[in-house]
Design a protein around this ligand. Structure first.
Ligand code: RIB
Ligand code: CA
Length: 313
């Protein structure tokens, strides 16, 4: 079976790091782009380059936007990823620099080069992707699919109803969901219950170098999840946007219209998922272009990801 061709737009981020290492083992990872989000653009870019170096992954990386479409980046001070954005393990320093192109231009070039074959995974705020959609009107039509970790069909994690990636740049998320490309959405309601527990992390810590570093990262991330949210798992949010292209039966989806609330005093950044097609305009529009994750086979999915990380030598 031919490997899915993928580009990942990310903001490492502990779960981003796992998603990148996982994707590189199973898919044709043609590149990374970085975006503000879990930390500053400089930190998430350095983190992404260190993860590529750790995994011996040859994919090129283009650095992207430092701020959302409107306003300034708002990475919460006490966020789950620590001061550097990837605290918890002494990763190797980057063995390469970003390419000269800005992420927006890199995205457009890669979509054109790999026309009709490229899956774009967006696992941070969608600022780079929204600007690529605006700069090149054909960009969305060149993509096979956009796979988003973002939003929620239930609770949020920054406000009661807004998930961090969409909350960080709601205007960009709205542009992405309206761009016309097929979208696969893994929202917080599913990803927050799909995580590595202490036993999973112990397997990594007992493994070879890459697994051990990842185990150290997830140990930190689990501790922060416990302190901040009382979780007993380290949610691997971003891996949920990648796994379906390797094993299709680990997450269940429903077609659904998704809109992003931009103006609500209490609801800005909420993804409004019309699972029962209650909105008249959605009934008239016919089948929705978004496949919304509604549940995951979490234990099997996590075991599959852990086994992949243990396979690195
Ligand atoms: O809400 C979870 C998302 O926010 C994940 O992508 C995580 O990496 C953070 O960016
Ligand atoms: Ca992320």
């Amino acid at each position: 079976m031919t490997r899915t061709r993928m580009l990942i737009d990310c903001d490492p981020g502990h779960d981003d790091a796992v998603a990148i290492l996982y994707a590189a083992r199973h898919l044709d990872l043609v590149g990374l782009t970085t975006c503000h989000g879990n930390n500053t653009i400089d930190n998430v870019t350095r983190n992404a380059l260190s993860v590529l170096t750790l995994g011996g992954i040859a994919a090129p990386l283009a650095q992207g936007c430092a701020d959302p479409l409107i306003g300034r980046t708002r990475s919460p001070a006490d966020n789950a990823h620590g001061r550097t954005g990837l605290d918890g393990s002494d990763l190797p320093p980057p063995d390469r620099a970003p390419v000269a192109a800005h992420a927006v231009d890199f995205l457009i070039d890669m979509a054109r080069t790999h026309r009709d074959e490229l899956v774009l995974a967006v696992i941070g705020p969608a600022t780079n992707v929204a600007l690529a959609i605006r700069k090149e009107p054909r960009f969305a039509s060149w993509l096979r699919e956009i796979s988003v970790m973002g939003g929620s069909a239930g609770l949020g994690n920054v406000t009661p109803v807004a998930e961090f990636n969409v909350w960080s740049d709601p205007e960009a998320a709205a542009v992405l969901f309206a761009c016309g490309a097929p979208v696969r959405m893994a929202g917080y309601n599913v990803t927050s219950v799909t995580g590595a527990n202490a036993a999973d992390i112990a397997r990594l810590l007992a493994g070879p170098r890459v697994a051990r570093h990842t185990g150290e990262l997830l140990s930190y991330y689990l501790r922060r999840q416990r302190e901040r949210l009382g979780f007993d798992i380290a949610p691997l949010h971003d891996a949920c946007a990648i796994v379906p292209y390797v094993q299709a039966d680990l997450i269940e989806y429903r077609h659904c219209h998704v809109d992003v609330e931009l103006n609500g005093r209490l609801t800005r950044g909420m993804t409004v998922c019309d699972l029962r097609t209650l909105t008249p305009a959605h009934r008239e529009a016919g089948e929705a272009r978004v496949q919304l994750a509604i549940r995951s086979e979490a234990p099997r999915l996590i075991d599959h990801v852990i086994s992949t990380l243990l396979a690195y030598r």
